[in-house]
Design a protein around this ligand. Sequence first.
Ligand code: G6P
Length: 369
Amino acid sequence: EQIEKGGYEHFMLKEIFEQTSSIHDTIRGRVSPQNKEVFLGGINDVIPKLVNARRILIIGCGTSWHAGMVGEYLFEEFARIPVEVEYASEFRYRNPVIFEDDIVLAISQSGETADTLAAIKLAKQAGATVLGICNVVGSSIPRETDAGVYTHAGPEIGVASTKAFTAQVTVLTMMAMLVGYRKGTLPKEEYHKLIDEFAHLPEKIAKILEKDQDIKELSKRYIESTNALYLGRGFLFPVALEGALKLKEISYIHAEGYPAAEMKHGPIALIDEHMPVFVAATKDKSYEKIVSNIQEVKARKGHVIAIVTEGDTVIADMADYVIEIPETLEALAPLLTVVPFQLISYYIAVLRGCNVDQPRNLAKSVTVE
Ligand code: G6P
């Protein structure tokens, strides 16, 4: 096992660090900066259906559901297709409305999650086209679906998903770009800009990982926390959900992810000097809004740790701690902002003495309902 961990103390840390290469593996042969093209062989034949889709239903559980939430923002932004993101367990039992021309997109790292499989079967019976985004080649979900795209993140051993999440979001981004471009809703210049930026993601993740020891230091401050709040807006709202999930899964600290503006309808009541508030606050179109959300937290003595774009002095002056990450395009920001959240959870859990690779009560793959 020590050999498999490749010198890292835990699989989770190894898998966080592997994201520089796993993202590269996910895009390899699919995004070509030379030809300025995205090509997804697994779904090539269904692209016309996607271009004409009236709606897309995205289905998943856990972290895969969070990736699906990012997918919603991506498909709506690039391809102007309405998207519903569904928990597989709810979808399968609530007599959902499924149209024959619906595209159902099932997301699963393992390809074996029982609820997701059952939801797929239901969608197929209703006549919808079902596509999969899975990591484990040859697993049940890719066999059940009409077509799909493998994430190629490599085996993920840590129960808390890290590199599979970024690979899922990468695939969703490629899909939404491709469909949007073919449909004419994503202008050529933007499509090309995204393609060019993709090539820089691995090096930008590497830059974030260089801050590993600083993040470890920072994490020491929160090992006694009993609650934490994660905030984000737009594309970064699902990242806030994922950040909170990572912390509770492995450190057993109660954490909630919230859309930053929704905080005033509840969680703000919990904020005091004992509450760490992790904010994904990179420069995008809701930047000014998130700055005022940070002010609202500070006014209640909350302790703010913000993930910001390199060189941001405005938030640095307000927050208790900032983690700078390289600038990227707004739609690609989830792929970078999630990385510091993964590291923070990892270090808080390790410092609390938790078993990060096999947290209590959790399974890597939930094959029963
Ligand atoms: C379990 C795992 C999570 C995972 C979820 C969905 O809860 O612990 O890490 O996100 O199942 O699994 P899937 O394999 O379908 O992505």
